[in-house]
Design a protein around this ligand. Structure first.
Ligand code: SAH
Ligand code: TMP
Ligand code: ZN
Length: 408
């Protein structure tokens, strides 16, 4: 039995994925012998419906001076966060607004706020990405956000007009401290905007590669509304967004201070219809995940029997779950191509598939590309017409296992 990180109710996990390394822990061959592994296991709380990992590596093992995820590597993400910054700029009507971002990474969002000379603060514990943000003119501190830090920020800067947190709330197991900190910092009238991969998308697409160490929570409105209620906070709007394979953006304020949009009710109904509060939903998910693994392995086995070459496209953190869970290694995949310099000339976590520069993919096309960065399919497809024209095929595994000529 495990204890819910939110409400402390005891529950059993519904699935274990076996031993997993750090999802973003790309490594050199010298590091193989010291590689850290833990058991990746997930459950759903029968009381508050929060879907969660039952254990997570120490935060310092994931977020540090060599953090491998740089937000700005995708054009789509750059556009997405420019749009979010515009929305925030429209929202702030205070005299001297103050915008805080938790997990600002390389400044992909805050750089636009900074350019407008608006008081702001980015909180980013991974110092390498924080330095990139600082170089862009973003006021950054390298710390982990929690209640204590929120109080310090409030003392120094006053209340935040907006706190933004993208793809980071779901990373933090000490949610109680974070939510208390947010509540303290937004004061009476500030707004908290956060977004994370959405549970309904994971269920609909069987996108189980979202399940890895950094993602300790798989949020729904159902679970979050209950949680915020305890702090007299309220979700007053939601927006489904098409990033990271399907996410939800939540707008939160002090209870009864904002008009609650009909979309909150509508999406809660969708969640009820999808039975996010029933254990059977997760047992079904487990069955689908096991089927997906088997089908992917069958396809890969057949391709290898035919003597063809496969290259992975995008050394995503998500691919760590797929390769380790499905047992896909360098015998199946020659290398994974990725545009992020810090990942290149290293090996994939756990399975030790070489990660190479994108040019190596371009210079010698494989027969098949296994699309690990499926959430960037449109952007990649636009770039890879030549590969497709040359007869290259894409192996997809979300939402279904397919081999196709054209991604879209
Ligand atoms: N917001 C960016 C980055 C998401 S990755 C985007 O959406 O693309 C998550 C980031 O949160 C990482 O850069 C990580 O270092 C940071 N992070 C992790 N725990 C944190 C915490 N407690 N407080 C602030 N940032 C944190
Ligand atoms: P993400 O799915 O977590 O956003 O990670 C995407 C990874 O894929 C990141 O390491 C960058 C890489 N990538 C490419 O190699 N080529 C591309 O065209 C895109 C969009 C991403
Ligand atoms: Zn619970």
């Amino acid at each position: 039995m495990y204890k819910c990180l939110v409400c402390e109710t005891e529950f059993d996990s519904f699935m274990t994925f076996g031993k997993m390394p750090i999802a973003n822990g790309f490594l050199t061959s010298e590091d193989f012998k010291n590689e850290f592994f833990y058991e990746l296991e997930i459950g759903a709380c029968p009381n508050c419906s929060m879907v969660q990992l039952v254990r997570q590596p120490e935060r310092e093992m994931m977020f540090h001076e060599d953090y491998a995820f740089f937000s700005s590597t995708s054009e789509k993400q750059r556009v997405h966060f420019k749009t979010l910054s515009d929305e925030i700029l429209d929202l702030i009507n205070a005299n001297d607004p103050f915008v805080v971002e938790i997990g600002c990474n390389d400044g992909i969002m805050l750089e636009h706020i900074s350019k407008k000379q608006i008081r702001h603060l980015g909180i980013e514990p991974s110092t390498n990405v924080a330095e990139v943000a600082a170089d862009k003119g973003v006021n950054t501190i390298s710390e982990f956000f929690d209640y204590e830090l929120a109080k310090k920020i409030k003392d120094e800067y006053g209340n935040a007009s907006v706190i933004s947190a993208s793809n980071v709330m779901c990373h933090i197991p000490y949610l109680d401290s974070v939510v208390k900190g947010v509540k303290e910092l937004i004061g009476d009238s500030g707004v908290f905007i956060f977004e994370d991969p959405y549970l309904i998308d994971i269920l609909e697409k069987t996108s189980y590669d979202q399940i890895y160490d950094e993602h300790v929570f798989y949020f729904s409105i159902t679970s979050l509304a209950k949680m915020f209620d305890k702090y007299d906070l309220e979700i007053f709007d939601v927006k489904r967004i098409n990033v990271h394979g399907g996410s939800m953006r939540y707008y939160v304020a002090q209870k009864d201070t904002k008009h609650v949009s009909v979309d909150v009710e509508k999406m809660s109904e969708v969640e009820k219809y999808n039975e996010v509060d029933k254990l059977s939903t997760y047992q079904n998910l487990k069955t689908k995940i096991e089927r997906s693994k088997e089908e992917l392995n069958n396809i890969i086995r057949k391709i290898k029997t035919d003597g063809k070459r496969i290259v992975g496209y995008g050394a995503t953190s998500k691919s760590t779950t797929i390769t380790n869970f499905c047992g896909i290694g360098p015998d199946e995949i020659d290398f994974i191509s990725d545009t992020t310099p810090i990942k290149q000339d290293k090996y994939s976590p756990g399975t030790h598939i070489p990660v190479k520069r994108y040019e190596e993919f371009k210079e010698c096309y494989p027969d098949y590309a296994l699309l690990f960065a499926w959430n960037h399919a449109e952007e990649i497809m636009a770039k890879e017409e030549e590969f497709t024209k040359a007869g290259g095929k894409w192996i997809m595994y979300v939402p279904n296992i397919e081999v196709i000529d054209d991604i879209l």
